[in-house]
Write a protein that binds this ligand. Structure first.
Ligand code: ATP
Length: 983
């Protein structure tokens, strides 16, 4: 039988050069002087088959197996051995090849081995399995050294049994059993660990379960409470909102009513006070006129007395009656003429003043007309501004223009700390810069200014929880601006058309200044596009440049331009509202002054009219007077004609000095009368005005009283409505706060929920109370415990099932071990009985008689029992094995070895000088006996004994032609004998 077909080795121990041994006979001998490297061949075989013990390989470390150099040769780094086996009868049952080449390489520098089967890289384990399968391992029967042969007899029974274990194939089971035991121990460890965990979980679980149940109860109650209370709150908010709307409408109506009433009151009040002040003036004028009147009356009486005195003087001088009569007629005619003339003058002056009054009235009327027109236009303007203001205010308060996120944050400002407002709420932009700044800021106008970063975190959390949209926040504590350096600023400032830096031309409260710096310090505003292009060049296109009409040059030169509806203009509303308010106030005060002027003019017109009427009446009286005077003059003229027969001409009237004096006095009387009349006329005018005024004052006073009462009633009503609406607003805001605080919901978010229908509000509110007290009675709750319990229970079940699986696998392992034990016992028993069957004969053959057997040292424990030998060499009685000679001991061992080979043949056996202690006759017997096995077993025999060499089919000689380097060649028996004898 040839099993090992070839050995190739290089770099292994003394094989510095490649050796190649072809085994084409069943019994091959290897001969050579001591230290020539023969045993290195055994080592090479063991090593290639995966031997890991450097001691077994006779070294101090694995590196010792690599050629370490000689006086002429350098050390090598790689050792490589290949064994080529014949596998046509599938000795390696797991390998489907007729020839199997097993290779091991070892690299000294990396201290790593590589294994190959038929040139395919395999693991050490694969090689070991193969080796075990064929019995080609160190402790097996395959490689037997002289030492192990001589030790066999001397070793302890427990050591001895190893050979039988090998032969019985028990080693394989042992290895598996060891693996199973190791696995069992690992599994047991695992089980212990899992049991520890299970115990730990079991300890925690009941309390966690309790907490979880409590939390679930809480959750259930809370969910129910939430769905009911949110619905109730929503319902309440809706009711409050609709009531608030009603109230606001009522308030608005009331406010309108109050405003118009207030206007009337103000107007009437003004009129009233003007009437009172005019009336005072009139009183003063009247008293002065009365004095003048009294003076005029006194003067007239004085003049009249003077006239009477003169006339009485004249009486004494005029004795003749007819003369006196004529003279009297003349005087009377003269007086009448004077009076007529005076009356005519008076009439002319009256007509003139009537005409003047008419002119004055016309002027005043046209002035009033003009003012009324102006007032009308003014009122239209005021209306327009009021409408605009209302729109702006409504827009501002409705937050319609804001992004969802921003709107949600602003609406919930009261529950979110640190929210200041949007950028547009705080900035003030000059009208001329509005376009540019709104272009620069765009959506940043809606950035929310926030006190600090933790407020931002809070607000973002709120938006996330409520799916409330996005917003950009500017936290004042961490905001940093990217300022332009002074040198660059200087250059920019001196560039044509530059208007200002964005952050400098917009105003904002000092505490928010960083917001402007952050948003706008890199924005340069210029007057027009050409200058913008130039500035961009000058600044190396580093900044945002914006023209007053909103064209932009971006950093790195991109240009955005054209015309776009500026959506953001109304984002500066707060500025506009203020402007509109001031404009409205200006118009209102103008309106007030025009109204006052109109009132004054109306009053003047009244007065002038009164004068006009009075003059008219005086004209009529004067005309009447003139007529009467003319009549009287004519009567006197008639009387004169009758008396004298002459016509009375003014020229024919001669005056004496006394007459002239009388005429003078009369003229003075007429003048004084006219003056008195004039005063009377004025007094009449004033009196009539006073009468009218006091009537008006009365009416106004009454009206004012009524209106004031009415206004105070309205005010009371308004304030009560206001109180109601404040109360409702507070309730509404409380309800919203509750939604946010208790349920972390915005009103809008809550509206998306399915509302519970509230049929009986009282019952529902009772239910809320009940649920709240149920929740309170639960005490402290750990909501996470639900999840924790679920998780922990899951873990518990998982570990429990793992533990069961492990217990099951431990059971299986134990069973397997029991099975393996049984197998080992059976096989061990079998080999022992098989060996005992052939041992007596083998023993007798080798010893030339006698008998031997093997026995258990502990038949009750087959698994661990040692093996003892019972020997009876021919003619001897052995009580102690140690008494045997060295040669006998070897013979005993060889008998056992051969007996085993008989009952359990193996394909390859390497014998390393095992027959050394035998005498020539025994060597002969030994060698011959080997021959009986060669049909089943291949032998490689390292030997110094000629008897053995003679029986070998082929001989290899190991030499060291070069010092330290083994060379192996096939040699003839003669040469072998030479080598041996020279040794
Ligand atoms: P004997 O007949 O005395 O048993 P032998 O022929 O069996 O001798 P071996 O034991 O096979 O000799 O060979 C030992 C030789 O191998 C020694 O000369 C030793 O120096 C050499 N040797 C062992 N390991 C190495 C190594 N790593 N490098 C070089 N030579 C080595």
């Amino acid at each position: 039988m040839i099993f090992l077909k070839r050995i190739e080795a290089i770099g292994f121990k003394s094989f510095a050069e490649e050796i190649k041994l072809d085994f084409d006979f069943s019994m091959t001998g290897i001969v050579g002087p001591n230290g020539s490297g023969k045993s290195n061949i055994n080592d090479a075989i063991m090593w290639a088959l995966g031997e890991q013990s450097y001691k077994t390989l006779r070294g101090d470390s694995m590196e010792d197996i690599v050629f370490s150099g000689s006086s002429e040769r350098k050390a090598l780094n790689l050792a490589e051995v290949t064994l080529v086996f014949d596998n046509s009868n599938r000795s390696f049952s797991s390998l489907e090849f007729n020839e199997v080449a097993i290779t091991r390489k070892y690299f000294k520098n990396t201290k790593e081995s590589e294994y190959y089967i038929n040139n395919s890289r395999v693991r050490l384990k694969d090689i070991q399995d193969v080796a075990l399968e064929t019995g080609l391992t160190k402790s097996s029967l395959a490689i037997i050294s002289q030492g192990s042969i001589s030790n066999f007899v001397e070793s302890k029974p427990e050591e001895r049994r190893k050979l039988f274990d090998e032969a019985a194939g028990v080693a394989r089971y042992k290895k598996r059993k060891d693996e199973a035991i190791r696995k069992l121990s690992r599994t047991q460890d695992n089980l212990d660990r899992i049991n520890d965990i299970i115990n730990e979980i079991e300890r925690k679980l009941p309390s966690l379960e309790k907490q979880s149940k409590k939390a679930q109860e809480y959750q259930k109650a809370f969910d129910e409470l939430k769905s009911i209370e949110v619905s109730v709150l929503l319902n309440d908010i809706k009711i409050y909102t609709s009531k608030l709307n009603d109230l606001e409408n009522q308030k608005a109506d009331l406010k309108n009513e109050m405003n118009s009433l207030q206007k009337i009151i103000t107007k009437n009040n003004l009129e009233y006070s003007q009437l009172v002040s005019t009336s005072n003036v009139n009183d003063k004028d009247l008293s002065k006129l009365n004095k003048d009147f009294t003076k005029a009356v006194e003067k007239i009486s004085e003049l009249k007395v003077a006239k009477i005195t003169l006339e009485s003087k004249k009486d004494k001088t005029n004795i003749d009656d007819s003369e006196y009569k004529i003279s009297e007629l003349k005087n009377q005619a003269k007086y009448l003429e004077i009076e007529i003339e005076s009356e005519e003058n008076h009439l002319t002056s009256l007509i003139n003043s009537k005409h003047n009054k008419k002119l004055q009235i016309d002027n005043l009327s046209s002035e009033r007309y003009k003012l009324n027109n102006e007032l009308e236009a003014l009122n239209k303007n005021i209306n327009k501004i009021e409408i605009q203001l209302e729109n702006l205010q409504a827009k501002k308060s409705s937050l319609d223009n804001l992004f969802d996120g921003v709107k949600n944050i602003l609406e919930n400002k009261n529950i979110l700390p640190g929210i200041e407002g949007t950028v547009s709420d705080f900035i003030k932009v000059n009208k001329d810069h509005e376009h540019a700044i709104s272009t620069a800021l765009q959506n940043n106008l809606q950035n929310i200014i926030v006190k600090n970063t933790s407020n931002v975190k809070n607000a973002i959390e709120f938006l996330k929880n409520n799916k409330g949209g996005y917003a950009t926040f500017l936290p004042l504590d961490t905001l940093k601006a990217n300022y332009i350096n002074d040198q660059t600023k200087f250059i920019i400032k001196n560039t044509d058309g530059f208007i200002g830096f964005g952050n400098e031309i917009v105003s904002i409260e000092k505490k928010y200044k960083i917001v402007l710096d952050y948003l706008l310090s890199n924005y340069l505003i210029v007057d027009n596009f050409d200058n913008a292009v130039n500035l961009s060049k000058v600044t190396n296109a580093k900044f945002h440049i914006i023209t007053l009409d909103g064209q932009r040059i971006l950093p790195y030169g991109a240009i955005v331009g054209g015309s776009k509806k500026n959506k953001n203009t109304n984002l500066f509303d707060s500025g506009s509202i203020e402007k509109f308010e001031t404009a409205k106030q200006e118009l209102l005060s103008k309106q007030e002054s025009i109204e006052a002027t109109i009132l004054k003019i109306s009053e003047s017109i009244e007065i002038q009219r009164e004068h006009h009427n009075e003059i008219q009446a005086s004209i009529a009286t004067s005309k009447k007077n003139s007529e009467n005077l003319e009549k009287n003059l004519n009567t006197i003229k008639d009387e004169f004609r009758i008396l004298t027969g002459n016509e009375l001409n003014s020229e024919s009237i001669e005056y004496k000095s006394i007459d002239e004096q009388i005429i003078k006095v009369m003229e003075q009387i007429t003048a004084a009368n006219n003056f008195k009349l004039q005063i009377e006329q004025e007094i009449n005018v004033i009196r009539s005005l006073k009468d009218q005024s006091s009537q008006k004052q009365n009416d106004l006073f009454k009206a004012l009283e009524v209106d004031r009462n009415m206004l105070s009633v309205l005010k009371e009503k308004f304030s009560s409505l206001n109180g109601d609406s404040n109360l409702l607003r507070e309730k509404q805001s409380n309800a919203k706060d509750r939604l946010a605080q208790d349920y972390n919901m915005t009103y809008e978010n809550a509206l998306k929920l399915q509302e519970v229908e509230i049929e009986n509000e009282k019952e529902v509110r009772e239910k809320i109370k009940e649920l709240r007290s149920q929740i309170n009675s639960l005490g402290s709750i750990n909501v996470d415990s639900i999840e924790e319990y679920k998780e922990e229970n899951g873990r518990y079940e998982l570990y429990l099932s793992q533990s069961n699986e492990i217990i099951e696998s431990i059971k299986n392992l134990k069973n397997a071990i029991v099975d393996m034990d049984q197998q080992m016992i059976d096989q061990f028993k079998k080999i022992i009985s098989d060996v005992n069957r052939v041992l007596p004969e083998t023993f007798a053959t080798l010893f030339g008689g006698g008998t031997a057997s093997i026995i258990y040292t502990d038949p009750d424990d087959i698994l661990n029992t040692g093996i003892d030998l019972k020997l009876a060499p021919p003619g001897k009685k052995i009580s102690n094995l140690n008494l045997l000679s060295g040669g006998e001991k070897s013979m005993v061992a060889l008998s056992v070895l051969f007996s085993i080979l008989k009952v359990r043949p193996i394909p390859l056996v390497i014998l390393d000088e095992v027959e050394a202690p035998l005498d020539i006759a025994n060597v002969e017997r030994f060698a011959k006996y080997i021959k009986t096995f060669i049909s089943n077993t291949q032998f490689i025999i390292v030997t110094h004994r000629i008897g053995t060499m003679e029986n070998c089919d082929k001989l290899f000689g190991a030499t060291m032609e070069q010092k330290g380097i083994t060379k192996i060649v096939q040699i003839k028996l003669v040469d072998a004998k030479k080598i041996t004898s020279s040794n």
